[in-house]
Ligand binder design. Structure first.
Ligand SMILES: [Zn+2]
Length: 415
């Protein structure tokens, strides 16, 4: 793919996360090195007081956020004093505030993904034993974090940056969804009467995505399919549709996933167009998150993540504990099958559809979304016949219609 600057800019996104993990683990093992194995019980007790890392994990009881004209404050309520490390990481450039030997309570975990935690904070159980709060450095002017002791808590204050990069778009609806008391109640207590679907048109702005022989840009096709899909979905009263972008703007992969997480999305559908060095290769593939089972799937994920093949998916198995529940995997697989089947059955006859099936690969946007999520590679822009189809509004409409039907059949089976 041509997005070389993107590749450089986003290089090793997944690796960064495993690097974050390493940083945290390194910081933590450094702490452990200070522990003296032969302390007397009393001195051990007093040491433990200062070094809670040697005890059972610290619990993040709750997450609270407040915003004012002076900025945004995130408070982590804890059951005892944490050790806090602050580090810089690259690609994308971010600050990581890490708490080793700490776990998120169920409440905190829910709030990390239901929109309670506002941008630019991203709170994750980054390993089974460490919590991280990460912030893109472009998202704030100033950052100040400190701990308070009675009760124990970590306070992080940020002043947002003036020239924020374009935010993802929340689609406004003429008729707002029925009562959904966002606010004080935890997510689980809400009885939602509609499904929130985030549509993610791949690439955009400075990142054109894959290019065809006739210079057709992937970013334009994905946007057209996504806008059409949105039009179809928004007619349904039981669906709320949001788009990560609805125009030609650049978004980080992290922003896309965070957008879906923070809006409490129930489904995430990322739309892409495929590319292959051989112009003969054509057809449809639908992915959900997992290990790449073959070189080809790995290549597709590397291209879409903007990571070198050698590091794509490296360390992903260490990162799956928090967001990748069995329920998410099963639902993602089912959604992928529904989408794929709908496209194949609806479009075969009218078009010569090559069905590459449902596959798994370590896509960034699928990994870091906390709801069932798929990535559809609807056709190969590198194949001249399919490039011609992708330029045809009828084909674009038919792809959107088929995806719509696939989503509907998934929703029908998962009421
Ligand atoms: Zn793409």
């Amino acid at each position: 793919m041509s997005a070389r600057p993107l590749r450089l800019f986003l290089s090793c996104v997944i690796l960064v996360f495993s690097a974050d993990t390493l940083l945290i683990q390194t910081a933590w093992s450094g702490t452990q090195d200070h522990r003296h194995p032969k302390l007397s019980p009393s001195s051990q007790k007093s040491r433990m007081k200062g070094k809670p890392a040697s005890l059972a994990p610290i619990n993040v009881i709750n997450l609270r956020a407040t915003s004012s004209s002076r900025g945004t404050r995130l408070v982590l309520d804890l059951d005892r004093q944490p050790e806090v490390t602050e580090q810089q990481a690259e690609n994308p450039r971010r600050v990581i505030i890490a708490l080793p030997n700490t776990s998120l309570s169920q409440t905190a975990r829910a709030k990390a993904t239901d929109g309670t935690v506002p941008p630019p904070f991203v709170v994750t159980q980054i390993t089974p034993h460490a919590v991280a709060v990460s912030l893109l450095t472009t998202s704030f002017q100033t950052l100040n974090q400190f701990t308070l002791s009675d009760p124990p808590r970590l306070v992080i204050d940020v002043m947002p940056s003036l020239g924020q990069s374009p935010s993802p778009i929340e689609e406004t609806q003429t008729t707002p969804p029925r009562a959904d008391p966002v606010g004080t109640q935890p997510t689980q207590a809400r009885a939602k009467s509609y499904t929130t679907i985030v549509i993610d048109p791949g690439h955009g702005g400075k990142d054109p995505g894959a290019l065809g022989l006739r210079r057709t840009a992937e970013k334009d096709i994905t946007l057209k399919v996504a806008l059409r899909l949105k039009e179809l979905l928004r007619k349904r009263p039981d669906v709320r549709v949001l788009m990560t972008r609805d125009r030609d703007v650049y978004l980080e992969l992290e922003e896309r996933a965070q957008f879906a997480n923070s809006h409490g999305a129930d489904l995430f559908v990322s739309i892409h167009v495929n590319s292959h060095p051989s112009r003969v290769v054509k057809g449809l593939e639908v992915y959900h998150f997992g290990e790449a089972k073959d070189q080809r799937a790995l290549e597709v994920a590397a291209r879409e993540n903007g990571t070198p093949i050698s590091s794509t998916g490296v360390g992903w198995e260490y990162l799956v504990a928090d967001l990748l529940t069995t329920k998410k995997i099963e639902a993602s697989l089912e959604l992928a099958w529904n989408a794929k089947e709908a496209i194949v059955t609806q479009m075969n006859g009218r078009y010569d559809v090559t069905d590459h099936g449902v596959k798994t690969a370590p896509f960034y946007v699928l990994r870091f979304t906390s709801m069932p999520s798929i990535l559809a590679e609807v056709a190969f822009i590198s194949n001249p016949d399919e490039e011609a189809l992708l330029r045809n509004p009828t084909f674009v409409n038919d792809v959107a219609q088929s995806l719509y039907q696939g989503i509907l059949s998934f929703l029908g089976n998962n009421k």
